[in-house]
Design a protein around this ligand. Structure first.
Ligand SMILES: Nc1ncnc2c1ncn2[C@@H]1O[C@H](COP(=O)(O)OP(=O)(O)OP(=O)(O)O)[C@@H](O)[C@H]1O
Ligand SMILES: CCCCCCCCCCCCC/C=C/[C@@H](O)[C@H](CO)NC(=O)CCCCC
Ligand SMILES: [Ca+2]
Length: 472
C-alpha cells in the first residue's frame, strides 16, 4: 500500500494489491476525498505510521538485469513494469545491466551488501543461478566457511533474493510464486514476502562443483539441455525443438545410483500434498531435521555410513528435484509433491522402457490429474543426498588407465546392448538448473532453507482449500 498527496480538495490515494486469477497480482488504486484538511492529514499520518511498522519491506535493493535472457526483453520488462512500481513504493535501487555471463556473480563478491535490503534478479533460471552462486559464495567467504569442504555446514543467507522472470523456463519463479509474471513478482518484493528455499550442493570426488535449487537431471533432461545450447538463437523454443529430438533418439544410460532416504521427512513424493504458502510439511520436516542433526552431532546416530540404498541399472532419466520444478510447460512440475523448504529432494529414476511408455510418462507432466510416477519403470524416493557413477566411470576407475582399452571396451558394450539405433553415446550430461556440468560422477546433498526469496510460496486456491480444509 502507498499514498500520494493530492492538492485541492484534500485527498490521498492508496495503492493496494488485488489478487486476480491464477496467482496473478495487480496494483490497484483508490482515492479518498475529504473536505476537512486536518482529518485528511491524520489519516495520512496513521497510514504512514502503519507502513513504517512493516520493517520487513525492503527500502533499498540491488538489481541485476540480464539483457540477453529469454526473449531478450529483461531491460524493457524492468523499466516498463517493475521500476515504476518500485518508485511508487519508495524503494530506491542500484541497477547493474550485466555485460557478460557471470558478471552478477562476480559483482556480488565485491559489493557492500550491508547497504541493501535485498537483491533483485531480472532474467531466467540461469541468471538466478548466477546470483545464487554469488550470494552463497560471498556469505561463506564473509563467515570464513570453505564451501569446497563438503564436511563443513554452510552459513545460511539472510539477504532475500527477488526474481523478476525474463527467461525461458523461469521455473524458480513459477514454483515459488505460482506464475511467471513480472508485476506479480515486483509486488511480492514490495510487500517484503519471505520464502525460505532448500539448496543442494553438488560435488565430484569431494570437490565442490555447483549449487542447485530446482532440477539436477541426467539422461533425458541433460540431453535436452545439451541439444538446446546449439540453438540458443531460437529463444525459449530451443527446448521444445531439442526435447522432440531427444525424445526421438531414445537413449538410456547405465550406472549406479546410491541415496540416503530422508527418514525424518513428514511427507512422501506420492502423497499428493503440494507445497503451499505456510506449508505444514516444510515446517514439520525442517524441525525434525534439526532434531536429527542434533542427535547426529551428539553421536547418537551414525549419519554418514548408514542407510545408503544402491540401485544399478539402465536409466532413461535420473532427476533430483529439490522443489516441484513447476513451470509453464509443466504446471504441476517434475515432482508435484516436492517441497520448497523441507530439506529434502525427490529422486526420480526412470528405467529403460519403450518409446511409447516414455512418452506416456512425459505427457503426464503436462496434465493436471495424472500421476507421472504410476508406471512400473518409474521409482521415486524422498532423499537427503545421492550419488551417481556412470558405468564407464566405474570401469575406468576400477580397471585401467589405458584409454585405448577403455574406448574399445565401452564401444563394444554399447554396440551389443543397443544395436538397433547405432548410437555410440556412452554418457549423458547433468542438467543443473539449466546449465550443464562437466563431470558425470557426482554427489548431491540438500541443505535445508539455505537461502530466502521475496515470495510466499503458492497460495492455496479456493478449490484446493475446499479439498483440504484442515491443512496449514
Ligand atoms: N550480459 C550477458 N551476456 C551473456 N550472457 C549473460 C549475460 N548476463 C547473464 N548471462 C548468462 O545468460 C544465461 C542465460 O540467462 P537466463 O537464465 O536469464 O535466460 P534463459 O536461459 O533464457 O532462461 P532459463 O534459464 O529460464 O531457461 C545465464 O547463464 C547467465 O549467466
Ligand atoms: C514429447 C512431449 C514432451 C513433453 C515434455 C514436458 C515435460 C516438461 C517438464 C519440464 C521440467 C522443467 C524442469 C526445470 C528445469 C530448469 O531448471 C531448467 C532451467 O531453466 N530448464 C530446463 O532445463 C529446460 C527443460 C525443458 C524440458 C522440455
Ligand atoms: Ca525440498
Amino acid at each position: 500500500m502507498q499514498w500520494k498527496h493530492m492538492c485541492k480538495p484534500h485527498a490521498f490515494t492508496v495503492h493496494y494489491v488485488q489478487r486476480m486469477k491464477k496467482h496473478r497480482w495487480r496494483c490497484k488504486a483508490v482515492t479518498f476525498w475529504c473536505s476537512d484538511e486536518l482529518l485528511c492529514c491524520h489519516w495520512l499520518q496513521a497510514l504512514t505510521d502503519l507502513l513504517e511498522q512493516q520493517t520487513w519491506r525492503p527500502k533499498h535493493v540491488l538489481v541485476y538485469i540480464n539483457p540477453y535472457g529469454g526473449k531478450k526483453k529483461g531491460k524493457q520488462i524492468y523499466e516498463k513494469k517493475v521500476a515504476p512500481l518500485f518508485s511508487l513504493a519508495s524503494i530506491s535501487t542500484e541497477v547493474l545491466v550485466t555485460e557478460y555471463a557471470n558478471h552478477a556473480r562476480d559483482n556480488l563478491y565485491e559489493v557492500n551488501l550491508e547497504k541493501y535490503d535485498g537483491i533483485v534478479c531480472v532474467g531466467g533460471d540461469g541468471m538466478f543461478s548466477e546470483v545464487l552462486h554469488g550470494l552463497i559464495g560471498r556469505v561463506q567467504k564473509d563467515s570464513d566457511v570453505d564451501q569446497n569442504n563438503p564436511k563443513v555446514p554452510l552459513s545460511p543467507c539472510n539477504m532475500r533474493i527477488g526474481i523478476i522472470p525474463a527467461g525461458s523456463t523461469d521455473c524458480v519463479c513459477f514454483a515459488t510464486v505460482g506464475i511467471s509474471d513480472p508485476v506479480t513478482s515486483a509486488l511480492h518484493i514490495i510487500l517484503g514476502d519471505c520464502q525460505p528455499l532448500d539448496v543442494s550442493t553438488i560435488y565430484h570426488k569431494k570437490a565442490f562443483l555447483k549449487y542447485s535449487v530446482s532440477l539436477l537431471g541426467y539422461g533425458f533432461y541433460g540431453d535436452v539441455l545439451k541439444g538446446s545450447e546449439k540453438n540458443r538463437w531460437l529463444g525459449p523454443a530451443r527446448y521444445d525443438f531439442s526435447g522432440f529430438k531427444t525424445f526421438l533418439s531414445h537413449h538410456y544410460y547405465e550406472g549406479t545410483v546410491s541415496f540416503q532416504p530422508a527418514k525424518w521427512a513428514v511427507g512422501s513424493p506420492r502423497d499428493k500434498i503440494c507445497c503451499r504458502s505456510g506449508c505444514y510439511i516444510c515446517r514439520q520436516s525442517s524441525k525434525q531435521l534439526e532434531e536429527q542433526q542434533r542427535a547426529e552431532a551428539r553421536g547418537l546416530e551414525n549419519n554418514e555410513q548408514e542407510d545408503w540404498t544402491t540401485i544399478k541399472g539402465k536409466f532413461m532419466a535420473i532427476n533430483a528435484a529439490s522443489m516441484s520444478c513447476a513451470c509453464p510447460r509443466s504446471p504441476r512440475g517434475l515432482s508435484p509433491a516436492a517441497h520448497l523448504a523441507d530439506g529434502t529432494a525427490d529422486l526420480i529414476l526412470v528405467r529403460k522402457c519403450s518409446r511409447l511408455n516414455f512418452l506416456r510418462h512425459l505427457i503426464r507432466h503436462t496434465t493436471s490429474n495424472s500421476d507421472q510416477f504410476d508406471f512400473p519403470f518409474v521409482d521415486v524416493y524422498r532423499i537427503r543426498s545421492f550419488q551417481f557413477t556412470p558405468k564407464h566411470f566405474e570401469e575406468e576407475d576400477a580397471e585401467s588407465t589405458d584409454l585405448g582399452n577403455i574406448g574399445k571396451k565401452n564401444f563394444a558394450q554399447i554396440c551389443t546392448d543397443h544395436p538397433s539405433c547405432g548410437c555410440n553415446q556412452l554418457n549423458s550430461v547433468w542438467n543443473c538448473d539449466g546449465e550443464t556440468l562437466e563431470q558425470t560422477a557426482i554427489e548431491m546433498r540438500v541443505h535445508c532453507q539455505l537461502i530466502k526469496l521475496f515470495a510466499r510460496g503458492i497460495e492455496e486456491s479456493q478449490k484446493e482449500e475446499d479439498k483440504n480444509p484442515s491443512r496449514v
